[in-house]
Design a protein around this ligand. Structure first.
Ligand code: ATP
Ligand code: MG
Length: 385
């Protein structure tokens, strides 16, 4: 087993709850290791967001030992061997070592194992198959470290075989490349070819899983190269029929400070979202963004119609689509619109107007007001009314 000389460190690793939980399992004679994202991110020097642990203890034993140590085990994913243990306020996903036994192409079916090498083999990419003990000593059963250092996202084993076990791995390949790959190097060619060849398999994947991956992909600092590669491999249009990735790179250039606003990146790709599972609020916002993309509303008018955040999304997306720059003063203008009050009220038009006619007239006046960049006063508006 490969152990690297320099241990990893970090507050997440030294957390007292994490250390006591791991010690409790070790004291009972079990192996327990950090695995996946936390080890990968610590080695890359990027923030660690969640802690996954891997152990040879069964989920029942994990629950029992965690409870005996005074922690709260929650069976969050018992059918795939995961217990979430909250220790000193911090959740840990503790998963029993597993090996793949069969597959339906949507989820690998797994059995427990006591062998770390078997556990590593069923993971998706070599950079995600890294482990560390509670002192931070890194264990690399599959020689994933050279790939990690080269920032190369490489499938564990044969890419086609691994994709056939779980087609979601196609999207994960592009997502991890966007997050951790070397943008100058492009995607690992064998993996890319396998993803392109097997893209049809994505049809069997649930909308929830596809959406979760797409959301993470588009929230990466710069997803544009990955998304362009997905397009050329015939994958993007399988999840977003009709999508066009060309405006994404200019948008990323404009919005690099806030990649978390993934919806504007989705809006700019276009395409039908039937194979996604979006929240009602996301569907509404996406609709607004797409309408705003085709409108000539000023930044202040957009601020008034959509609120400051969504207006910012729309303005940046519009500039990226048309290859222009947003107006230099767009931010104060959006604020002006977002905090403005439409100066006419229903009372100004009543009792002369009522019901539907009143509504229609108010709408008409509102549009005139927006077209004047919110400049027309109550008197000016009513004069024409
Ligand atoms: P992040 O949480 O930053 O997105 P992560 O590596 O923790 O990254 P998760 O999706 O939380 O990613 O998965 C945790 C680990 O479980 C991965 O590192 C990988 O080893 C394994 N894994 C998750 N999903 C799959 C899958 N579909 N196929 C194979 N292995 C997987
Ligand atoms: Mg994770």
């Amino acid at each position: 087993m490969n152990v690297t000389p320099t241990p990893i460190a970090g507050d997440w690793l030294e957390h007292p709850g994490t250390q006591s939980l791991m010690q409790a399992l070790e004291a009972a004679g079990h192996t327990v290791l950090f695995v996946g994202g936390c080890v990968r991110n610590a080695l890359l020097g990027v923030p660690v967001t969640d802690v996954d642990l891997s152990t040879d203890a069964t989920p029942e034993t994990v629950s029992h030992l965690a409870e005996a140590a005074g922690f709260k085990p929650v069976p969050t994913g018992i059918d795939h061997g995961t217990v979430t243990v909250v220790a000193d306020g911090k959740p840990h996903e503790v998963t029993t070592f597993r090996r793949d036994v069969e597959t339906d192409g949507r989820r690998a079916v797994v059995a427990y194992s006591t062998d770390i090498a078997e556990d590593a083999q069923r993971r998706d990419f070599t950079m995600n198959a890294l482990y560390a003990d509670r002192h931070g000593r890194v264990i690399d059963p599959l020689h994933g470290l050279p790939d990690l250092h080269a920032r190369c996202v490489r499938f564990v084993g044969d890419p086609e075989t691994r994709i056939r076990e779980d087609y979601l791995r196609i999207l994960r390949f592009f997502r991890f490349h966007a997050a951790y790959g070397d943008p100058m190097q492009g995607l690992e060619p064998e993996g890319l070819a396998a993803c392109a060849a097997l893209a049809d398999g994505l049809h069997g994947i649930s909308r929830e899983r596809i959406t979760a991956e797409l959301r993470k992909l588009l929230a990466a600092h710069d997803p544009a190269p990955s998304v362009a590669a997905m397009f050329h491999a015939g994958i993007l249009t399988r999840i977003l029929p009709g999508a066009d990735p060309r405006a994404l790179a200019p948008l990323v250039h404009l919005d690099a400070a806030e990649p978390s606003r993934w919806l504007r990146r989705l809006a700019i790709l276009g395409g039908a979202t039937d194979s996604l599972r979006l929240s009602r609020a996301e569907v509404r916002d996406l609709d607004h963004l797409r309408t705003a993309l085709g409108s000539s509303d000023t930044p202040a008018a957009l601020g008034w119609r959509l609120g400051a955040d969504l207006a910012a999304d729309a303005i940046l997306a519009r500039a990226a689509t048309f290859g222009t720059h947003p107006p230099w003063d767009w931010q104060p203008q959006v604020q002006r619109g977002a905090t403005a009050r439409f100066p006419v009220t229903a009372g100004d038009l009543m009792p002369a107007m009522q019901g539907a006619a009143l509504g229609a007239r108010l709408k008409q006046l509102e549009n005139r007001w927006l077209a004047s960049d919110l400049a027309l006063t109550r008197e000016e508006l009513l004069k024409g009314a």
